[in-house]
Design a protein around this ligand. Structure first.
Ligand SMILES: Nc1ncnc2c1ncn2[C@@H]1O[C@H](COP(=O)(O)OP(=O)(O)OP(=O)(O)O)[C@@H](O)[C@H]1O
Length: 287
């Protein structure tokens, strides 16, 4: 299976922030969830892919092409949604159809109007009068209506209620049924990613912590709950991070099955993506 996106050694330095040699491969036909705390570097990475941020170093290959040499061909094949709707307030969805048909040679108004219908977006109302959910659905409809092969979504479902998010996740799921399609999706709503993503990349303070299949991650990570006395007996190779109060310890491990074999007397629960982020946010191992 080929990569639709290959990022190699992407580096960007801002005052007080370093995006540090990011490597990431997104396979065709798959969805990658991109997670990390506020300010971890997700938007900087996504903006670098589409040339809105100019990296200091690194290579980005999209659908087998290099952005520097093939920007217009690549932009025809990618759909991008940020957490804000970037269309002018005075436009209607009908205006946007006209506007987009001039921008994209492969704009398909049949697909666009199908999405408007599916999302119950009015044709004549101006965007100023849209709810946030309507604006985001419009942005997603636009991103999908020029037959893109790759979707880049930066917090595209943030601030939306669970019903609308579910509706949108269904659209993404339908999109990915074509094996040439793929999605890179940053989100703080890790439960959505647990539902839909095939792969998860976790970025923390500008560095990739892991990039792996969601199933491997959820199979390998666990939270061990124990007393302070038990904690001192746990081998440090099991400990990725800790959280504790005066009475009890919680340990994030990435060796779930070994831990279950070797520490049978301890409570060992599965870790969610949110647990993993919280433990890393706490700053790693303290023993
Ligand atoms: N144009 C810029 N100039 C200077 N610093 C910037 C610029 N853009 C982003 N940064 C800094 O880069 C860091 C990473 O920001 P980025 O927006 O990539 O994070 P993020 O993971 O997308 O966060 P969030 O989840 O809050 O959207 C932050 O410290 C931010 O202040």
């Amino acid at each position: 299976m080929e990569n639709s996106l290959k990022i190699s050694n992407l580096t960007k330095q801002y005052d007080g922030f370093h995006l540090d040699h990011i490597n990431l491969n997104l396979k065709q036909g798959s969805i990658m969830g991109f997670i990390g705390e506020n300010g971890a570097g997700k938007s900087t990475t996504i903006k670098s892919i589409i040339n809105l941020v100019h990296p200091d170093e690194g290579d980005i290959e999209i659908l087998g092409m290099n952005m520097k040499e093939n920007e217009s061909a690549i932009k025809e094949q990618i759909g991008v949604v940020f957490d804000e709707c970037h269309f002018h307030d005075s436009l209607t969805s009908l205006d946007i159809n006209l506007f987009m048909s001039k921008i994209y040679s492969n704009w398909d108004e049949k697909i666009y109007f199908n999405y408007l219908k599916r999302f119950k977006i009015p044709e004549k109302k101006i965007i100023k009068e849209y709810s946030r959910g309507m604006k985001m659905k419009l942005s997603i409809a636009v991103a999908l209506s020029h037959n893109p092969k790759l979707l880049l979504l930066d917090e595209a479902t943030s601030g939306l209620d669970p019903v609308i998010r579910n509706e949108i996740l269904d659209v993404f799921y339908d999109f990915i049924q074509d094996e040439e399609h793929s999605i890179l999706m940053s989100s703080h709503i890790t439960s959505d990613l647990e539902q839909i993503a095939d792969y998860i990349t976790f970025i923390h303070e500008g560095k990739i912590v892991f990039s792996d299949s969601k199933d491997n991650i959820l199979d390998n990570y666990a939270v061990i709950k124990c007393s302070k006395a038990d904690f001192t007996l746990i081998d440090s190779s099991y400990i990725v991070g800790t959280r504790n109060n005066s009475y009890s310890y919680e340990i994030l491990t990435n060796r779930k099955s070994d831990a279950k074999k070797n520490y049978k007397n301890l409570v060992i629960d599965s870790a969610s993506l949110e647990d993993i982020m919280l433990f890393y946010g706490k700053g790693g191992v303290e023993k």
